[in-house]
Write a protein that binds this ligand. Structure first.
Ligand SMILES: [Zn+2]
Length: 167
């Protein structure tokens, strides 16, 4: 990532792109005949074709999405239902499943493989977009609880920028 300053509009745009890509990739998986990797790639291509987002943005957000899926995939082997609740608490209230939780349901049997492949990539940094969950500062151990998909802020305690994630 870079240290460039971002406006609230740009931050909102990143989160919106994350949610659009998750929803579209889920639809593609539900249509069948695609692997998770292919679905994410195709979703990114379709969304950037609209001109609202660049290919670089889609690739960056696609990596964040893949990482969240891998992180959840590891955990999901033990307790998928509770993880789905943690990832998208609003789905119960809204009466609908969207974004990441829908993608997780569609891709459930692919997640173990993905988790093994991506294990070394599961470090989260300030400025990246991620789904709801608990981020623990690698320096001071302070926990932050994200309630919705968001850009990761600096540690509120020590202002460092590297985190582990749990649910
Ligand atoms: Zn800290």
């Amino acid at each position: 990532m870079t240290d460039e300053k971002r406006t609230p509009e740009e931050e909102h745009e990143d989160v919106g792109l994350y949610q659009k890509m998750a929803a579209r990739a889920a639809e593609i998986l539900e249509e069948g005949r695609k692997s998770l990797d292919e679905a994410l790639k195709k979703a990114g291509e379709e969304i950037t074709a609209g001109g609202e987002y660049t290919r670089d943005q889609a690739e960056r957000i696609g990596e964040f999405l893949r990482r969240d899926l891998a992180a959840v995939g590891k955990k999901a082997q033990q307790a998928r239902d509770s993880v789905l609740e943690a990832v998208e608490p609003s789905r119960v209230v809204a009466g609908m499943q969207s974004g990441l939780s829908r993608l997780l349901t569609s891709a459930a049997d692919l997640l173990n493989e993905l988790a093994e492949k991506s294990e070394q990539g599961l470090e989260f940094k300030t400025g990246e977009v991620t789904s709801p969950g608990t981020l623990t500062c690698k320096d001071c151990g302070k926990e932050m609880h994200l309630k919705s998909t968001a850009r990761i802020p600096p540690c509120p305690h020590c202002h460092k920028t590297f985190f582990r994630k749990s649910y």
